[in-house]
Design a protein around this ligand. Structure first.
Ligand code: GTP
Ligand code: MG
Ligand code: ZN
Length: 288
């Protein structure tokens, strides 16, 4: 029988079968020998009688932290205040999500506390370049958009990820504030992931992260994950233009004309610098 892993607690894998039944399975011993770990999100073949995961179907994508696979959408939750809205972190999360072939969807929280013109400007800009942006009050729209999708919630600690899940499904009763931090980061629960069924969607809450980097990505990858560059890149003089110091760079012109958001472009320059510094320290370490 086929199904999808929707919950992992140490070596217990809850599989939702195609007939909607849920069973708890163990993985086949051979996975361990081959160093294969089934992930929450995996589509699997199971032996129903023995409750064994026999096979893992090819993954569309997989993430290390949280350890999940086959994600369609990552909801990037950002608050206007507490913690303050920061375009740099948002751009970084979007870049890494794009790199993993996942669609980022932005959800803004705490607009009841504050909503500056600057944030409104960013919201319209993100919409203009093709991203979906919702407020956490637009619950029906969010539900409609994620219908039948496998979704993770990501974002800084305290932005309101668990609160959003509770609002999407009031029967969830997820812990918010301090307690959720302890749970999410606790040693014994780091490998625990659960997808909640909300309507016909699967959503996983993830603990807020403390640091993010561009591990495994090249400078070109970082460039190509800026959606608004791609449409116009053929207008640059050089086909491999990095849009930094090159002559006749169309993208730089668009930034000067205010058609590409300057803050986002500055974040791009910063990310490239960060990547360069990462490579330098890597080389130094490598020589020792
Ligand atoms: N005023 C207001 N408060 C909110 C909103 N969303 C969440 N909060 C509050 O913000 C605090 C943090 O919310 P959580 O849902 O625990 O945040 P989280 O993103 O799950 O945090 P971690 O689990 O630590 O990653 C809680 O006190 C919530 O009640 C909102 O839209 N408006
Ligand atoms: Mg939480
Ligand atoms: Zn260019």
């Amino acid at each position: 029988m086929n199904g999808q892993i929707i919950k992992v607690i140490s070596n217990d894998y809850t599989v939702k079968l195609d007939n909607n039944e849920k069973i708890v399975c163990k993985p086949r011993g051979v996975f361990r020998n081959r160093n294969i770990t089934p992930l929450a999100g995996d589509f699997v073949k199971v032996n129903y009688e023995n409750k064994i995961i026999e096979d893992i179907l090819p993954r569309k994508n997989e993430l290390k932290r949280p350890p999940v696979s086959n994600i369609d959408i990552a909801i990037v939750v950002v608050s206007t205040v507490n913690p303050d809205f920061g375009i740099n972190l948002l751009d970084k999360m979007i870049n890494i999500i794009e790199f993993n072939n996942i669609e980022p969807v932005i959800v803004i929280t705490k607009s009841d506390l504050s909503l500056t013109d600057k944030i409104k400007e960013y919201i319209s800009y993100f919409k203009e370049i093709g991203y979906k942006v919702f407020f956490n009050t637009e619950l029906d729209d969010i539900k409609g958009y994620i219908k039948n999708k496998t979704v993770i919630l990501t974002g800084q600690t305290g932005v309101g990820k668990s609160s959003l899940l509770n609002k999407l499904d009031s029967s969830l009763n997820l812990k918010t504030d301090e307690i959720s931090k302890a749970l999410g980061r606790g040693k014994h629960t780091t490998r625990a992931v659960e997808f909640y069924e909300i309507g016909s969607s699967y959503l996983a809450d993830t603990p807020g992260f403390s640091s993010l980097n561009f591990e495994g990505m090249t400078k070109e990858d970082i460039r190509d994950n800026f959606k608004e560059f791609n449409e116009y890149r053929n207008n640059c003089k050089y086909s491999d233009c990095m849009h930094i110091k090159e002559d006749d760079c169309y993208i730089k012109n668009l930034v000067e004309q205010g058609k590409i958001n300057k803050d986002r472009y500055d974040d791009y320059l910063g990310f490239i610098k960060e990547k360069e510094n990462e490579s330098i320290s890597f080389n130094i370490k490598g020589k020792k």
